[in-house]
Design a protein around this ligand. Structure first.
Ligand SMILES: CNC(=O)c1cccc(C)c1Nc1nc(N2CCN(c3ccccc3Cl)CC2)nc(N2CSC[C@H]2C(=O)NC)n1
Ligand code: NI
Length: 185
């Protein structure tokens, strides 16, 4: 199982590299990695397991964060208690093919499993996006998202292009809110 010791931290070059496209058919190794990344997210969101293994909670994990420079990210945005997840998917070779003019940012800022320090500030992103990606069989799928799930997927797709959340924070005024940007509570 993936543990915090397996997660690459900021400063390691793999987090700043352009990840390679995933080839199809997926190798067994690719399939295993995708499953392990999703299991990590589930474990990290389970209080008992997270406590036992000292896992930091996350809703997204990209392959470069476990040292694999491939375009694959797992996303698990939970619903309320006893509800289905809002979003549970593995994005393979994802691209944003459309987005709103309007931007959005999490009012509490963003965290990242690969960044051990708290970096305050708004991370302006698109409020709505359409993602084109591939499933395990290589079929091309489209996904329209808005608000928190859209923010999470943009954060994870950034990882595949060597971009970290704080790259988007205004260094002179971290809490400056660009016009046409809404804050998500
Ligand atoms: C600096 N301020 C902050 O971090 C921050 C501070 C407050 C609120 C938010 C909303 C913040 N922001 C933020 N909170 C999260 N979590 C909230 C807690 N949650 C979680 C925790 C426990 C169980 C289950 C779950 Cl689900 C896990 C996810 N996650 C992300 N990000 C940025 S997009 C990728 C995603 C990620 O997975 N990061 C590791 N940002
Ligand atoms: Ni991250």
């Amino acid at each position: 199982m993936i543990l915090m010791k397996d997660i690459v931290r900021d400063g390691h070059s793999v987090l700043r590299a352009q990840a390679a496209k995933v080839e199809f058919p997926l190798t067994d190794e690719d399939k295993k990695l995708a499953a392990e990344m999703m299991t990590f997210l589930e474990n990290s969101q389970n209080p008992e397991i997270a406590e036992k293994h000292q896992l930091r909670a996350g809703v997204g994990l990209a392959a470069p964060q476990v040292g694999v420079s491939k375009q694959m990210s797992a996303v698990l945005v939970p619903g309320g208690d006893d509800e289905e997840p809002v979003l549970k998917t593995v994005l393979i070779n994802p691209t944003i093919i459309a987005h709103s003019v309007k931007n959005a940012a999490l009012s509490e800022g963003e965290g990242c499993l690969s960044v051990d320090r708290d970096i305050p500030g708004y991370v302006p992103r698109h409020e709505r996006i359409t993602i084109r990606y591939q499933d395990f069989d290589g079929n091309i799928l489209k996904l329209k998202l808005k608000d928190y799930p859209a923010i999470v997927c943009q954060h994870e797709i950034d990882h595949l292009h060597g971009i970290l959340f704080y790259d988007h924070i205004n260094s002179t005024n971290p809490f400056e809110l660009p016009e046409n940007t809404v804050l998500l509570e």
